[in-house]
Design a protein around this ligand. Structure first.
Ligand code: ATP
Ligand code: MG
Length: 428
């Protein structure tokens, strides 16, 4: 036997046992997005490497070490998207969607990062991304947070996530603060860990985000970006927090929340949980007003977020709000030549008449006993039985697989009415 080929490390399969949960979660997210008037956009998985270099920033974790970059046959450098914001913006600039327009968009799909795989951290993972364009005032910042809060409520995990917010100010404010922070950190250079020493020159703000506890005292005493914001940034942030308070959203201001990417300005936020170990950030986002111009468009406001689907799915595992019953309503058993021949047509007629009926047809041979075993294993509510006796009388037998009770005989012409009544009784 040839040896088995296995999946790439960090790239996982989502098996049929898990897909009902994924589908149920995705369906609820979509319903909430739709109710807020957000539209779907579908984007390529591969983009020119230059797009990510220019948007995410050269000195970020993603561009420094996490991208899947390769040359295609023409010698162009391409990259599997590590996130969706850049591609979405590229598409909207390319198709002229940003001129004096307002958009609320979402996409769902696979992202790729060459990270060290562990629970909640994969090399291929799924994100729901939301991006909005053309709205400079903080009401849209608040709307995104309210929308995400509604996600958690609909999924029954509202009590498991906490909101952290911060403001990163404008590019100019951040540049000035960066100098102040660098001076502070440089004067304590010997107490910085290796990672932070390296970041000091390239991305000092990221040091604030260090998970190393030895760094905590230095970080706690560091100058705060919030104290160096200009009036406009300050009032934007204040209005946002007032809106959140008015809407009854609990939040904390985390001055160390800087986000990994270069492109953020003003509002940043994260929804975090303590239930997933080290991988506690489920949803993260912020404003990136400067990025549109940086990618060759005219100045336009933008704010969005990305939600890690694997982490979200893990969180819903204890939630009883999700109805995950994917079992069929009916399993059709056919024994004998006549029944085998007639069964497929009968199944099709039932599907024509009852589009919501979930009917599993037994395929392949087998006697009553083995087909009943399969029927039971499928989780189906009823077995629909066609044998020689039934064929002789133009009827079918129906047996409940989940409750005790006599087997019923129903004329084949009345089967759809029969199941219609059952479906109505069960599902209302
Ligand atoms: P982290 O700090 O966990 O590395 P990040 O800041 O790199 O996250 P973002 O780029 O903001 O993450 O992506 C948004 C969300 O996507 C994260 O909050 C997380 O839920 C999810 N995510 C990011 N990277 C991964 C990954 N490698 N595997 C699974 N989910 C991920
Ligand atoms: Mg990361």
């Amino acid at each position: 036997m040839a040896n088995k080929i296995q999946a790439i490390r960090g790239m996982h399969d989502i098996l049929p046992e898990q897909t009902p949960r994924w589908q149920a979660v995705e369906e609820r997210l979509r319903a909430v997005l739709e109710s807020y008037g957000y539209q779907e956009i579908r984007l390529p998985v591969v983009e020119k490497t230059e797009l990510f270099r220019r948007s995410i920033g050269e000195v970020t974790d993603i561009v420094e070490k996490e991208m899947y970059t390769f040359e295609d046959r023409n010698g162009d450098s391409l990259t599997l998207r590590p996130e969706g914001t850049a591609g979405c913006l590229r598409a909207c600039i390319e198709h002229g969607l940003l001129h004096n327009q307002v958009h609320r968009l979402w996409y769902m799909g696979a992202m790729f990062r060459h990270e060290r795989p562990q629970k909640g951290r994969y090399r291929q993972f799924y994100q729901l991304g939301v991006e909005t364009y053309g709205m400079p005032s903080p009401d849209i910042d608040a709307e995104l947070i309210l929308l995400t809060r509604r996600f958690w409520q609909r999924l029954g995990i509202g009590n498991k996530l906490e909101l952290q917010v911060n403001s990163l100010g404008t590019g100019a404010e951040r540049a000035a603060y960066r100098q102040i922070l660098t001076n502070y950190l440089r004067s304590r250079f010997d107490r910085l860990d290796q990672d932070s020493q390296r970041r000091l020159e390239t991305n000092p703000l990221r040091i604030l985000d260090s998970k190393n506890l030895d760094m905590a005292p230095i970080i706690a005493e560091a100058p705060r970006l919030m104290d160096y914001l200009g009036d406009e940034s300050k009032s934007h942030f204040q209005t946002l927090t007032e809106m959140l308070t008015d809407a009854g959203v609990e939040y904390s201001v985390n001055p160390c929340l800087v986000r990994g990417l270069d492109y953020y300005s003003k509002t940043v936020f994260e929804w975090v949980t303590d239930r997933l170990g080290a991988q506690g950030t489920v949803c993260a986002g912020g404003r990136y007003d400067g990025l549109v111009e940086q990618l060759g468009g005219r100045t336009a406001s933008a704010i969005g977020f990305a939600l890690g689907m694997e982490r979200l799915i893990s969180l819903t595992e204890e939630s009883s709000l999700l109805d995950l019953n994917g079992a069929p309503d009916v399993y059709m058993i056919r024994v004998g030549v006549l029944a085998e021949q007639a069964g497929i047509g009968l199944a099709e007629q039932l599907r024509d008449a009852l589009p919501n009926l979930k009917l599993l047809l037994h395929c392949g041979n087998g006697g009553f006993k083995s087909q009943f075993k399969r029927a039971d294993k499928s989780g189906a509510e009823y077995a629909l039985i066609l044998g020689d006796d039934e064929m002789a009388t133009g009827s079918a037998s129906i047996k409940s697989l989940r409750t005790e009770g006599p087997q019923m005989t129903v004329s084949q012409t009345e089967l759809s009415d029969y199941f219609q009544r059952i479906l109505t009784a069960e599902r209302g």
